[in-house]
Design a protein around this ligand. Sequence first.
Ligand SMILES: [Fe+2]
Ligand SMILES: [Fe+2]
Length: 265
Amino acid sequence: MKVLFFGDIVSQPGRRAIRNCLPDLKMRYSPDVLVANAENAAAGFGLTQPIAKELFDMGFDALTLGNHTYARSEIFRFIESEKRIARPANVSESWPGMDFVRIVRGDSGTLIVLNLLGQVEMSPCDSPFAAADRLLESIRSQFGKVPVLLDFHAEATSEKVAMGYYLDGRVSAVLGTHTHVQTADECIRERGTAYITDVGMTGVVDSILGMAPDVSLRRLKDRLPAQYTAAAGRAMVNAVYLDIDRTTGKCIAFERIRTFEPEST
Ligand SMILES: [Fe+2]
Ligand SMILES: [Fe+2]
């Protein structure tokens, strides 16, 4: 099963970059499945139903989220019944949303998409390691041995690397998101799990993590309050390509992707 996974899509320029770059990426990789982290898709924070629809209409099979899942209260209206969106599974049980997305692709097989939050330098949540154990056991009892892709949304590189080792051979991929800066450490671990510390964002090149530099500088340098605003301008796509053996669940090809919109955008 061939999968393209896109890192945190930030605001309208991130969505535009997907639209502009997707035809070429599809031609190059012939993906069976498209997955993206959409926690910043709505003006940098959260996800709305029209924006989720926009992404599904582009061909996405599953969307993952992160610490900004509930940034917009309107998500409560649709996340509970939307089977194509996985919110982090290690939040309070009472919080609405799906623990995972199941994508069935006939001859190409089935893929389960999971989303977990890290605990280090993040808002309080349950242990992602214990949650991974619990979910993998539940998935196995429901669907048998199927490939699983984990979007591990975490701040600390140490915690992300640790998760890569912890789940080696138990999932097809551990893909880091949240820090928005792509790392060059992609690899396939000893037991067949693809790992990267951060896929990177899909958003404006000339920005601070997709947001306007002047606002971020006011907050970080001057330490004064300022409303974050999404940056404008040419955007890039940070993504990964995976080829997963449908029977063993092992990743047999893993490639890091960084591509840019045309200059004229
Ligand atoms: Fe993000
Ligand atoms: Fe995040």
